[in-house]
Design a binder for this molecule. Structure first.
Ligand code: HEM
Length: 556
């Protein structure tokens, strides 16, 4: 007899899972969390390719139905997933065209809110010329199921075909088989990630950089003092300055180098690197988000993008060689590195210069604009919310004093600082939607979704919904403090700014260290105010305030 279990979040029925609907050879895997295991249906793997009376599919993870699933047993076909209807020949791509289309890539936040409103928790976006179909998921239970199902697989994140073409086509002579973690999948991704992840994710590795990151934050404060106008307003291109801070910070981590990005006259190769990184970011959004014309002919955008990637590769190579020479000269050249060895030294000692170089390139490509967007957003939100800013200043002043430096112990003593960043990334996750490409046919929300489809987890929409966060549109860092968390723990999959699972952000500890340190320094030294018309948020492709970020910085 089938038993319908209520979903713990929305109270609607989950797909029934009973002995009678379980085919021979089915393995049942319970989600790890005890909260989930008590409430949600198990994930199932099937030896056969077709199953009567229950979720099917050959050797695939089956994510059980959640809120939007029909309350009956039947698995529905892919065509039945609700979503905008594609036109013959033009598919749904026309919706993204200027004038006739109503979907603006920069406004994907609003587009996704509209799709969720109209179609529900799962939405199919098919007929995208030159791209695979996408299925948008707007439910935290479902996201949890899909993420947990990938435990036994090698997760494929749909990302950056243009970078894929650079690494595996144009410069395959340099990247070879082990091309890093970005735009790399399967066993090669796993091998590279295994090489670097332990050292990247160890808390003690990040702690080694507190001094360097604090120096960089102070240099940023000094530069801002020089750049702001007589009223204290930051320059209109303040976001570029934030990029420089971010590049300087990541170079300390990835290259053990002080580039001088925040100096008034940076050295020539630093300026070349700044230019290359800017060119990369200016063009990557166009290549990734607009119809991929570059696959047919080398457009000017494509050529500029490749030149920028070549420059980044060549300039960083010089730093890696210098670091390798320094390591060889040091007493640690026998491969044994001391407890205070840097990330780069550990990777160089444990592997080879190529691994270290490719890792550094990956960290540059994804560690700069993400962190910049998060800082732009955090400073803007603090400027808009004086009450929360004052509370944060109180905490910072109590722990650091007027001029004290940020230390690892100080960071641990500032829970409100961490809460502010969490709240910023909840309301404005810089990656508004992250995803996975299905490597097998999979049943999600009782729909059979074919292999190759991109499942996009709609983090921005979900983390701004009342069902997951009461008063969701209010900026309330308090919700992340221990007392509130204990009284009302949020759904663990409702705010995932750094992703989840085996492919989650490998730079998270560094990103948090950089952001906590620089925000603490800013609030220690300045009172932030925003006196101009409000800025909308846009997808650039990071989600961040759009327009001149003219925050006023008053000395404290
Ligand atoms: C606020 C800042 C940042 C945010 C919000 C962020 C967010 C993310 C997200 C959502 C992913 C995908 C995770 C998944 O698929 O489950 C990711 C992957 C990644 N991030 Fe970050 N990130 C940030 C900063 C950084 C920094 C500073 C670095 C480098 C030091 C970095 C390095 C990476 C790498 C290498 C990956 C790919 C991991 C893999 O595919 O194995 N990120 N990040």
């Amino acid at each position: 007899m089938a038993s319908l279990r209520p979903s713990w979040r929305c109270g609607r029925a989950l797909a029934p899972l009973t002995a009678s609907s379980t085919p021979p050879g089915t393995r049942t895997v319970w989600p790890r969390s005890s909260r989930t295991s008590a409430k949600a249906a198990p994930l199932r793997r099937h030896a056969s390719s077709s199953v009567a009376g229950g979720p099917l599919v050959g050797g695939v993870p089956v994510a059980p139905a959640a809120c939007s699933a029909p309350a009956d047993d039947a698995v529905r076909g892919y065509d039945e997933v609700p979503g905008p209807t594609p036109l013959p020949l033009l598919g749904n791509s026309w919706r993204f065209l200027p004038v006739v289309g109503n979907f603006r890539i920069q406004e994907m936040d609003r587009v996704c809110l509209g799709l969720r409103e109209r179609y529900g928790d799962i939405v199919r976006m098919s007929g995208l010329l030159g791209r695979p179909d996408m299925v948008f998921v707007f439910d935290a239970d479902l996201i949890e199921q899909v993420f947990r199902a990938e435990d036994a697989l090698l997760p494929v994140r749909p990302s950056m075909p243009s970078l894929d073409a650079f690494k595996h086509g144009i410069r395959k002579d340099f990247f070879g088989d082990l091309a890093g973690v970005i735009a790399v999948h399967g066993p090669r991704w796993l091998e590279f990630r295994t090489r670097v992840q332990q050292v990247m994710l160890q808390p003690r590795t990040a702690k080694l950089y507190v001094g360097a990151i604090q120096d960089t934050a102070e240099a940023f404060v000094r530069r801002l003092r020089r750049l702001r106008d007589a009223d204290g307003d930051a320059p209109a291109d303040f976001v570029n300055e934030i990029h420089r801070w971010s590049l300087e910070s990541i170079a300390r981590v990835a290259l053990d180098a002080r580039l001088g990005c925040l100096d008034d006259a940076p050295p020539a190769d630093t300026q070349a690197l700044i230019d290359a990184v800017n060119t990369f970011f200016m063009n990557v959004g166009v290549l990734e988000l607009k119809p991929p014309v570059w696959k047919l002919l080398p457009t000017p955008t494509w050529r500029a993008y490749i030149r920028a990637l070549d420059d980044i590769t060549n300039i960083t190579s010089g730093y890696i060689s210098r670091a390798l020479d320094a390591l060889r000269d040091s007493e640690q050249a026998d491969g044994e590195v001391g407890a205070d060895a840097s990330l780069l030294q550990r990777v160089l000692a444990g592997h080879d210069a190529r691994t270290a170089h490719i890792l550094a390139i990956d960290l540059f490509l994804v560690g700069i604009d993400t962190t910049s967007a998060a800082l732009a957003s955090a400073l803007y939100q603090l400027a808009l919310h004086p009450e929360q800013q004052e509370r944060l200043h109180g905490e910072v002043a109590a722990v650091l004093g007027r001029d004290g430096a940020v230390t690892a112990a100080a960071l641990e003593a500032m829970p409100y600082l961490r809460a502010v960043l969490k709240e910023v990334l909840r309301m404005y996750p810089v990656v508004i939607g992250n995803g996975r490409t299905l490597t097998e046919d999979t049943v999600i929300a009782n729909y059979r979704i074919p292999k190759g489809t991109q499942i996009i987890f709609q983090h921005y929409v979900i983390s701004n919904e009342e069902r997951y966060f009461p008063e969701a549109r209010r900026f309330r860092p308090e919700r992340w403090l221990r007392a509130e968390l204990a009284a009302r723990p949020p759904h663990p999959f409702a705010s995932l700014p750094f992703g989840f699972g085996r492919r989650m952000c490998i730079g998270r500890r560094f990103a948090e260290l950089e952001l906590h340190t620089v925000v603490a320094k800013m609030v220690q030294k300045f009172r932030l105010e925003y006196r101009h018309p409000p800025l909308p948020y846009r997808v650039h492709p990071m989600y961040m305030p759009h327009g001149p970020l003219r925050i006023t910085f008053h000395d404290r």
